[in-house]
Design a protein around this ligand. Structure first.
Ligand SMILES: [Fe+2]
Ligand SMILES: [Fe+2]
Length: 233
């Protein structure tokens, strides 16, 4: 049987064909959002992983899930307005809900443990900035850029396209920045491993931060690798 993925396939292609591979790549620290055009073989090498083993794992995952995936929405084939609505409903709504809760939890554990776990002061600082950036970012998408894209879909003009391209470049830069925050938070928290003496809130905060990272990876992947190329090529 021929394998669906070989080492030359771009990382974003892997996740588009097999959405479940997103979590696997995340666990291997392979960034399919910011480095979506990187060949998977190269990304595996960079992480000092065994190429044969990881390629095998990806191909098995694809085979196991391909029937299920057939029933899943292939966003690259859907209308742009449906994709935008999905991003807002699934990912932006999640952020509106989870960011304030996480802020409370992180402030709480920062106050309680900063004496014994001083890295929490940096975690608190980084998360607070990330929260502000994300809230502004999704608001600008919803209020300004998504409406421009929807208007362009209805009436495409060269001027509108040039305008959208500039905004999309800004959004991509912000995605880079968000990705860097996530990387720093993961390092600071020792891969979101709560220490032995952590209370339930501390543990839950790290679980929720890990979930936030997974959701943001899927969210930014849909924008960078599916939505934006659909609109600006
Ligand atoms: Fe977004
Ligand atoms: Fe975005």
């Amino acid at each position: 049987m021929k394998s669906v993925f070989d080492p030359t396939v771009e990382t974003r292609e892997v996740v588009m064909k097999c959405p479940r591979a997103g979590d696997l790549l995340k666990n291997y620290r392979i960034d399919y959002v910011r480095n979506g055009s990187q060949p998977i073989g190269e990304a595996i090498k960079e992480q000092n992983l065994n190429s044969g083993d990881v390629m095998n794992e990806l191909n098995i995952l694809y085979e196991k899930n391909k029937d299920h995936q057939r029933g899943m929405t292939k966003w690259e084939k859907q209308k742009v307005n449906a994709l935008i609505q999905y991003i807002i409903d699934a990912h932006h709504s999640y952020l509106y809900m989870v960011l304030p809760k996480l802020q409370d939890m992180i402030t709480n554990i920062f106050n309680k443990y900063v004496g014994t776990h001083p890295e929490l002061s940096h975690v608190h600082y980084l998360f607070s900035i990330l929260k502000i950036e994300l809230e502004q970012h999704i608001l600008i998408e919803e209020e300004l850029i998504f409406p421009k894209i929807l208007a362009y879909e209805k009436k495409p003009t060269l001027n509108a396209l040039i305008d959208i391209k500039e905004f999309v470049d800004d959004l991509k830069r912000e995605h880079e920045h968000i990705g860097q925050f996530l990387k720093d938070l993961r390092e600071l928290t020792n891969d979101y491993k709560a220490p032995e003496d952590a209370c339930d809130t501390y543990r839950l905060a790290y679980v929720k931060l890990d979930e936030l990272e997974s959701d943001l990876f899927q969210h930014l992947h849909l924008e960078n690798n599916v939505l934006f190329p659909r609109v600006i090529g």
